[in-house]
Design a protein around this ligand. Structure first.
Ligand code: AMP
Length: 423
């Protein structure tokens, strides 16, 4: 089905053509008619499926068909978990709405930056407001914005908003909206908490599921390289250099770990930058822009900071450490293999993470190929068996001379070599 068959206004079709999209993605061909028809929507869709255009285009269409009232009250409210995602949705709204006459006014608001400029911009009125929940409530409290004329509420990445503890804020926001409105909820996973949230919020929603529940993106080639913890940095730099990776997104589990890895990579002339919650908004934006422009080769991120990062055709994602929650693995690898392109997700898995790897496999219902890279083989520990039986391999110390007394897999040979390499 071509875009022209979806019933979108001409200025929107022109913007789609500008973006170079040939055909609607599956979520778009299902969500666009449903939203245009005024229905509530419940969509299980991962990032990379084109969901942003799936809700942005029909909202722009609907709003542009109405007469504009002078004071421009907020008519579409988009709630997102993170600043980065909010900014990206804002960019999409501008991009897809660029040929509309008159232009719809949109604004992106999030915390961590001064509130006053946002208050000033709201004074002139906006049609579409993209916001993180906490900052939105601050603005409401300061009387900078009213939400009593919102016609469409969009909750994007709802599962992540719940993970981040936004449920109370979301409920507070919903209480400020008119009872009669359209609701769209997008979530990568569909948990019990999401089900609870949808009850009472969505009315007879059109249900859309473009990727099977909790299934890792099919286009992403997934591998696990078994390696000693202490050799991970050396293996990562080896992979980057050996394969001449130009743009790689690396996930660490802690902010501190992200900083440390970034420093080490920069020391060996692999240009890297870190983004995480302790970095200022300015630093995060600069790092992301540098990465997108190709000036920064490695972007090291924690899960929360990386949420919503949209980089076209991101070819490589590396899990320097596996995420604590297996669900995050799905979010992470959703950064690659976007919109029909193939991507590669590599996990560097040390002995203490073998169990975590099995949890991930259980969740995605698929075995991840385990490999060892010559020169970086882990200390002599039986490699983990895939999926079932799920008992952790705990070799007896006496039968495993490579195991250190402190419980870490030893591998001193490898460790020494890697130190020399990255020093
Ligand atoms: P999203 O899932 O909304 O984060 O979108 C993922 C990426 O797919 C973005 O970079 C979009 O620009 C791109 N995209 C969205 N719709 C299409 C389409 N119909 N064809 C090709 N690429 C698309």
């Amino acid at each position: 089905m071509p875009f022209t068959a979806l019933g979108l206004a001409d200025p929107l079709l022109r913007a789609i053509a500008d973006s170079g999209y040939a055909t609607p993605s599956p979520i778009q061909s299902q969500a666009i008619p449903a939203v245009l028809g005024g229905h509530d929507v419940l969509a299980t869709a991962q990032t990379g499926t084109g969901k942003t255009a799936g809700f942005t285009l029909p909202i722009l269409h609907r709003l542009s068909q109405q007469t504009y009232s002078k004071n421009r009250p907020v008519r579409a409210l988009i709630l997102t978990p993170t600043r980065e995602l909010a900014a990206q949705i804002g960019e999409s709204v501008n991009k897809y709405g660029s040929h509309l006459h008159p232009r719809l006014k949109s604004l992106v608001v999030f915390g961590g930056v001064k509130i006053n400029p946002q208050m000033m911009k709201l004074r002139g009125g906006v049609d579409i407001l993209v916001a993180t929940p906490g900052r939105l409530l601050d603005l409401v409290e300061q009387n900078a914005v009213k939400l009593n004329q919102v016609e469409t509420l969009i909750l994007d990445e709802a599962d992540r908003m719940l993970d981040m503890g936004f449920i109370r804020d979301i409920r507070k926001v919903v209480a400020l909206l008119p009872k009669k409105r359209q609701n769209l909820l997008f979530s990568a996973t569909f948990s019990e908490d999401i089900r609870k949230l949808t009850t009472g919020l969505l009315v007879n929603p059109v249900k859309i599921e473009v990727a099977p529940r909790n299934t890792a993106a099919e286009l992403v080639e997934q591998r696990a390289y078994l390696v000693n913890k202490t050799d991970k940095t050396a293996l990562l730099s080896h992979l980057i250099q050996e394969h001449d990776w130009k743009q790689v997104l690396v996930f660490t589990s802690t902010k501190h770990g992200a900083n440390r890895l970034t420093e080490k990579l920069n020391k060996i002339d692999i240009k890297a930058a870190a983004i995480h919650g302790n970095k200022s908004q300015g630093a995060r934006t600069t790092a992301l822009a540098g990465f997108k422009a190709g000036d920064i080769r490695v972007l090291v991120a924690t899960d929360v900071a990386a949420r919503g990062i949209d980089i076209n055709l991101l070819p490589h994602v590396v899990n320097f450490e596996l995420p604590r929650a297996a669900e995050d693995y799905v979010h992470r690898i959703g950064r690659t293999g976007r919109a029909g392109e193939e991507g590669q997700a590599i996990s560097l898995v040390s002995h203490d993470e073998y169990n975590g790897l099995r949890q991930v496999e259980k969740l995605i219902g698929k075995e991840i190929k385990r490999e060892q890279i010559a020169g970086f083989e882990p200390a002599a520990i039986a490699p983990p068996m895939p999926a079932k039986p799920a008992r952790s391999p705990r070799p007896r110390r006496s039968s495993n001379p490579a195991r250190k007394p402190n419980g870490n897999p030893g591998g001193s040979r490898n460790r020494n070599r890697s130190r020399a390499k990255i020093a």
